[in-house]
Design a protein around this ligand. Structure first.
Ligand SMILES: Nc1nc2[nH]cnc2c(=O)[nH]1
Length: 452
């Protein structure tokens, strides 16, 4: 791969409220896909001389020097901290149903189809292409329970160049006989097979990791949770993901199944060794102060999925994101596609804004709504932190890997039109609030162009 140089407007986050927009910035990506230089205040006329003073070896080819026009922005790639790849073909179905009914009537019959590897390959190819097209450079995927299909998903992510966590879903009870693991042992063995497969195809873990994926406590026998906890302890490189305090119907059934934890999912998952800094907890809508303090103490991350929280699951659920941020808890965004009807992180950002306004009302003004800087942070650096990947991605700090999107605010589509007097911040806001995949012109992961 040869080096690439971008000159133009670059936006990234350093912290939730610290949005940096640099005009006339020069960003150099080396031939390994690493950000080698980020130089501010470089007039376009001096790009050649600045580049030659850097003595890049090899020197970038003239066509590798990209001069971005007005209306273009370079931003970090989006991180989707929670989605279900086998639900790609069911997005939008069963909206307004309560969570356990939706699983039984819509999701389990659909996911059971992934026993067929040909079907899995077809849907997963479309899924990974679709996420890349929408700028999702990193995704944390739940697979179905099938090891073969899960390995196919990992193969596709690697071939297409998407950074991904890929997890075989563990579920051996409270699911129909046609769609559950045959036994605790079979579920754990299949998990080990999937871990080994990813280590074989991506030995250095450049793009892929297996993610331990107990669907949620309801579908896991205690012995299965225990076995997964042991795998987590023996493999400190592996992330863990599960659904956490998502909806009242789910929480009530969990309480019935595990009365010894007094209704605390934090105590439940902690007991089985599944809560640590690598845990990605989807939803976290209904949280006690005690549970929030456990998440803080154990450095778990939250995948906030506002689109699905307000459509599937039952009721209107808005996680207390402002409060999580105040408490220093890691938060990123998840599409939860297909519980979420949209697979767009831009939609998740906008819905996070709406949900935070609801929380402001619910908290009598205590927890202020989020602003655009903060929702952009959640979609980029926040997500990278949740995935413990912030040493590699999330913004354009020198030394990080180049996962990025080239945005064209003038692309044909329905984004708010630009006006001559628009500042770069105005253009940025217009894209975040009204742009879509038509405005995402190029997508890079580790310096490789991956948009389909
Ligand atoms: N949103 C959502 N919640 C779940 N809880 C258990 N499984 C699921 C799922 O597939 N989607």
């Amino acid at each position: 791969m040869s080096s690439i140089v971008f000159h133009g407007t670059i936006a990234h986050s350093l912290e939730p409220s610290d949005l940096i927009i640099l005009e006339n910035a020069l960003l150099v990506v080396d031939s390994n896909g690493i950000i080698a230089h980020l130089i501010e205040n470089t007039p376009r006329s001096s790009v050649p001389s600045v580049l030659s003073s850097l003595n890049l070896s090899p020197a970038p080819a003239p066509e590798a020097v990209r001069l971005l026009p007005r209306g273009s922005l370079l931003i970090p790639g989006f991180v989707d901290t929670h989605n279900h790849a086998p639900q790609w073909a069911q997005r939008g179905l069963g909206q307004s149903m309560h969570i356990l009914d939706w699983l039984d009537r819509v999701t389990f019959p659909n996911e059971a189809r992934f026993a067929d590897p040909t079907y899995a390959r077809r849907v997963y190819t479309s899924c990974v292409d679709g996420f890349l097209r929408q700028g999702v450079t990193t995704a944390s995927y739940y697979g179905s329970l099938h090891a073969e299909a899960t390995n196919i998903l990992a193969d596709i992510c690697l071939a297409k160049g998407q950074r991904a966590f890929v997890g075989k879903c563990n579920m051996d009870r409270n699911a129909p006989a046609y769609y559950r693991d045959a036994s605790v042992e079979a579920s754990l063995e299949d998990t080990e097979k999937c871990i080994a497969h990813i280590r074989k195809i991506d030995p250095e873990g450049r793009l892929l990791k297996h993610v331990l994926t107990p669907r949620f406590a309801i579908t896991c026998d205690p012995a299965l949770l225990e076995g997964l906890g042991k795998i987590a302890a023996a493999n400190p490189d592996l992330p863990i993901q599960t659904h956490f305090n998502e909806a009242e119907q789910e929480m009530a059934f969990t309480r019935e199944l595990f009365p010894q934890f007094g209704g605390s999912e934090a105590d439940l998952y902690r007991h089985y060794g599944l809560l640590n800094e690598r845990s990605i907890l989807a939803h976290c809508c209904h949280m006690t102060e005690y549970e929030i303090s456990v998440l803080k103490e154990l450095e778990c991350g939250v995948a906030h999925c506002p689109v699905s929280n307000m459509t599937v699951g039952g009721g209107f659920m808005a996680a207390p994101v402002r409060y999580f941020l105040k408490r220093g808890i890691k938060v990123g965004l998840g599409t939860d596609s297909g519980g979420g009807f949209s697979s767009s992180i831009l939609d998740a950002m906008r819905q996070a804004l709406v949900a935070s306004n609801a929380r402001e009302v619910m908290s009598q003004g205590e927890d202020k709504g989020l602003d655009i800087r903060e929702i952009f942070y959640l979609a980029t650096l926040g997500g990278a932190r949740v995935c413990c990947l912030d040493d590699k991605i999330g913004n354009f700090k020198v030394g990080k890997e180049f996962d990025a999107l080239v945005i064209d605010a003038n692309a044909p589509g329905v984004m708010t039109m630009l006006e001559d007097e628009d500042s770069t911040r105005t253009i940025f806001d217009k894209f975040i609030m009204t742009g879509d995949d038509r405005n995402i012109k190029e997508v890079y992961v580790r310096g490789r162009s991956v948009k389909v």
